[in-house]
Design a binder for this molecule. Structure first.
Ligand SMILES: Cc1cc2nc3c(=O)[nH]c(=O)nc-3n(C[C@H](O)[C@H](O)[C@H](O)COP(=O)(O)OP(=O)(O)OC[C@H]3O[C@@H](n4cnc5c(N)ncnc54)[C@H](O)[C@@H]3O)c2cc1C
Length: 397
């Protein structure tokens, strides 16, 4: 097939690589003049790593990623351990692939190289999509530079403010969740050895606020994400903010949370507004399909937004390879994927409520009741995009 894909983020590049591997002609149209990602890290669990290995990124992950031993949920002030999800060798043994934490730039570069190795002309930069049309025989996308492209199949991987989504679902805007994320990257040598986090993903949980810390770049850099309930203040989605505001948000927190804040470059504190949408079950029309944040933008509290986009990519490529009219193949993709992504969106919102409980005893009990480790090991991480029965809607494993 002749496939046009809008958006060269992690989801779009993963989909392009999966479809190119199957021999389709794919062109990826990206609004930016150069392909780039933000300077923060991303966590990849086995369900997504399975796809990355198939796309030839094993070396990229082995070279750049850190393998954490566990997720440790800790009380924000005392450091009491509230819950543990064992990762490391156990995650790999149980789910077949390692849990990896990698700088986004390294992951994005790896995906881009995978795409370009399959077709050196696949990426078309500086193309901002503005509208989508479809007839029975083709789909088309027009760009702000006045050009238009026609294809057998059009894929919208154009992120949370997706233009393609307007054609498939509706033009409702994303919803501000009332939460923002501070993002910092701190060279580890700036932090005193006794205040450095273990080789784990530590999640410090407190009233209306939590902080996530984990290593990237071979353990040389600490990634800090601080998620705070705050009112919407401005139009900008991502901006540099005063260090004093960051420091005030974590006043009275444990010394191991204060340490990276104190060590941060004062002019390099970025704050992101966290937006999402209600899950939808419509992902496709007869010739247009959505994937990634364009259709299931979520709070990042299960570290699964990009992982879901990567799973979408593999399942869409498998659905497209089936013998059936195109609209039926897209229907199979939609019916299989929508329930799983919806569960991630819903549970991620619930995680925000759990991580932000004010009362210490209530929080401890809530973690016990919820048993996140059992749940995620049961339905989330074991999913294998290459072998799951895609003709059935996702219900569990
Ligand atoms: C604080 C934070 C932490 C996170 N941590 C994790 C994590 O640990 N693990 C995980 O799996 N996920 C995580 N996520 C989620 C993850 O970042 C996103 O789900 C993922 O990046 C979405 O990828 P995407 O390709 O769907 O969209 P995007 O990354 O938004 O890419 C969309 C692309 O489309 C392009 N585009 C947009 N509009 C147009 C247009 N009109 N025309 C042409 N091109 C266009 C954009 O320029 C961009 O390149 C986190 C998110 C946040 C905010």
């Amino acid at each position: 097939m002749n496939i046009a894909l809008v958006g060269a983020g992690i989801g779009g590049l993963a989909a392009a690589a999966c479809l190119l591997q199957q021999g389709h002609k794919v062109r990826v149209y990206e609004q930016a003049g150069e392909v780039s990602e933000v300077g923060a890290a991303v966590q990849m669990s086995a369900n997504a790593v399975k796809v990355l290995y198939q796309l030839g990124l094993k070396d990229t992950l082995e070279r750049h990623a850190v393998r954490p031993e566990s997720f440790q949920f800790l009380r924000y002030d005392t450091g009491e351990l509230l819950h543990l999800i064992v990762l490391g060798d156990e995650h790999e043994k149980r789910h077949g692939h390692p849990y990896s934490q990698i700088h986004r730039v390294d992951l994005h570069q790896g995906l881009m190289q995978a795409v370009l190795a399959l077709d050196a002309d696949a990426l078309v930069l500086g193309k901002r999509a503005k509208a989508v049309c479809e007839t029975e025989n083709e789909a088309s996308v027009s760009f702000e530079d006045g050009t238009e492209v026609r294809a057998d199949l059009l894929i919208g991987a154009d992120g949370i403010k997706s233009v393609v989504r307007r054609h498939v679902v509706d033009d409702s805007p994303p919803v501000f969740t009332g939460q923002v994320a501070w993002r910092l990257a701190i060279p580890i040598e700036r932090i005193a050895p006794e205040l450095r986090p273990p080789m784990a993903s530590t999640i410090w949980c407190g009233p209306k606020n939590h902080a996530v810390m984990y290593y990237m770049r071979g353990g040389q850099v600490l990634n800090f994400v601080g998620c705070v309930e705050r009112p919407w203040e401005e139009e900008s989605w991502t901006s540099r903010k005063p260090w004093d505001e960051l420091s005030a948000d974590y006043e009275g927190w444990h010394p191991m949370v204060r340490a990276p804040i104190e060590a941060a470059d004062k002019d390099q504190c970025f704050r992101w507004a966290l937006n999402n949408r209600q899950p939808v079950m419509t992902w496709c029309t007869r010739r247009v399909a959505l994937l990634g944040d364009a259709v299931h933008a979520t709070l990042p509290y299960m570290a699964q937004g990009a992982a879901m986009a990567i799973e979408d990519a593999a399942i869409l490529s498998r659905a497209v390879a089936l013998e059936a009219p195109l609209f039926e193949r897209l229907g199979i993709y939609e019916r299989h994927r929508a329930p799983r992504a919806a569960r991630v969106v819903t549970e991620s919102t619930e995680m925000g409520q759990l991580y932000h409980i004010a009362d210490a005893a209530q929080m401890k009990q809530a973690f016990k009741d919820r048993n996140i480790a059992a749940s995620r090991n049961n339905w989330l991480y074991p999913y294998n995009p290459w072998s799951v029965d895609i003709t059935r809607p996702f219900t569990g494993i």
